[in-house]
Design a binder for this molecule. Structure first.
Ligand code: SF4
Length: 327
């Protein structure tokens, strides 16, 4: 078995909710609660779930943009959870981000060339001339021309801006890219171009992705494995094809019933999960999904199911008392 590139073990991230005008602080929100997973070299793990499920917070905590309140992050076997300054530099170089809003993520005062060169400057890679060559190479790799190096972000289309964000992310030859909804702000026709580019980069450069999305068609296109999140926890972890063919957590099933997924011969057969996502300041006892679950039984409101292997499929896990039942 390949050694993991990155491992998250029991990651917890909490925030103080606003307590309003009369209180100093509000209740604690467990945005991410004891989450564990790993990504192998060259693998794409998709993190999916409804808005507010904690997937962005989890990815940013694992990328060390937020400090973890509990748990460990290991990169190539080395614990980087508390690494600072010089000790964190190799990790910063090897793990890059691509954001949802390419316009917001690019400094409008810098030219495209300066934006792509920025990580090279920060990490003191090469000299002015070699950096310029590298920037031209990265621009070409993502389908932009060297002549566009002197333009500013507002002179590019949305898709071109995301290409620029990707060029910057790959400039240092990273091993993992954390991509936070990288195509959801783009037109549908442009989405497939960017997804094709990202998949080609993974193939050609051996890149791994931690890929956040709420779009199952995107998951189907790009993921090797999928982690389904609900209220700050992973409730199902599976390779992609097995998940689409036979989802075992009722939450995953309701997500899939709501959305037709090309290539899996399924039509939308209903709405998404019933009701609203409970407040993360007031997570239901027992299984957190039980107030919305069509399969719930009495045990579900009192006993929390752990994320455990599915019978006969040890590589798949689901947090449901009835995870061994096929749909
Ligand atoms: Fe539904 Fe019960 Fe399974 Fe939770 S444990 S997902 S409530 S069946």
């Amino acid at each position: 078995m390949t050694a993991p590139l990155i491992e998250a073990e029991g990651i917890t991230k909490r925030f103080e909710a606003s307590g309003g005008l009369l209180r100093r602080s509000g209740p604690t929100v467990y945005a991410v609660n004891g989450v564990s997973f790993s990504v192998a070299p060259g693998e794409t793990l998709a993190l999916i779930g409804e808005s507010g499920c904690g997937k962005t917070t989890l990815a940013r905590t694992v990328a060390r943009l937020y400090p973890a309140d509990g748990g460990r992050v290991r990169f190539k076997g080395e614990d980087v959870t508390q690494a600072r300054g010089k000790a964190l530099k190799p990790f910063r170089r090897a793990v890059q981000m691509v954001f949802q809003d390419p316009y917001g993520a690019l400094d409008p005062r810098l030219t495209a060339g300066a934006i792509v060169a920025e990580p090279l400057v920060i990490h003191r890679v090469g000299n002015r001339r070699s950096r310029r060559d590298r920037v031209a190479e990265m621009m070409a790799t993502v389908g932009l021309s060297a002549a566009q190096m002197t333009r500013y972000p507002h002179e590019f289309s949305g898709g071109q801006r995301q290409r620029l964000g990707i060029a910057r992310a790959i400039a240092l030859d990273p091993e993992l890219i954390v991509a936070d909804e990288p195509v959801s702000a783009l037109d549908v026709s442009v989405q497939s171009q960017i997804l094709n580019l990202m998949r080609d980069l993974a193939r050609d450069r051996g890149l791994a992705y931690l890929f956040i999305t709420h779009d199952l068609a995107v998951v189907n296109f790009i993921a090797d494995r999928v982690a389904v999140m609900y209220l700050g926890e992973i409730v199902e972890l599976s390779d992609r094809d097995a998940l689409f063919a036979d989802p075992r957590h009722p939450y995953t099933r309701t997500l899939m019933r709501a959305v037709p997924v090309p290539g899996h011969g399924k039509r939308a057969r209903g709405a998404g999960p019933a009701g609203e996502v409970p407040s993360p300041t007031d997570i239901p006892a027992g299984c957190p999904f039980h107030p919305r679950c069509p399969r719930a039984e009495a045990v579900c409101s009192t006993e929390k199911p752990p994320l455990e292997p599915i019978a006969g499929q040890p590589q798949r896990r689901a947090a449901c008392h009835f995870r061994d039942e096929a749909a």
